[in-house]
Ligand binder design. Sequence first.
Ligand SMILES: [Cu+2]
Length: 90
Amino acid sequence: MTNTQQKQTITVAGGYDPAVVTLKQGVPAQLTFDRTSSQGCLDVVQSTDLKFTSDLPLNQPQTVTIPTDTAGEFTYSCGMDMFQGKVVIK
Ligand SMILES: [Cu+2]
């Protein structure tokens, strides 16, 4: 991993895989959500903690940039907060 950028792809298919992503503090980060199944109600992903929201059309990976200034554990979820994933920044 370089110190200039970090990227992680999360597969969305009846949940989030991997469910926990660990990122380095202070290094710009992008998460790409790849929704590969119409299962569940995962067509929106959102995070109040990480300040993003994105529609997830089937089989069209969507990339969001997230802040990594603050260390800690942050959650994101589907539009109805039924499925959750976690980002750990340290
Ligand atoms: Cu939901």
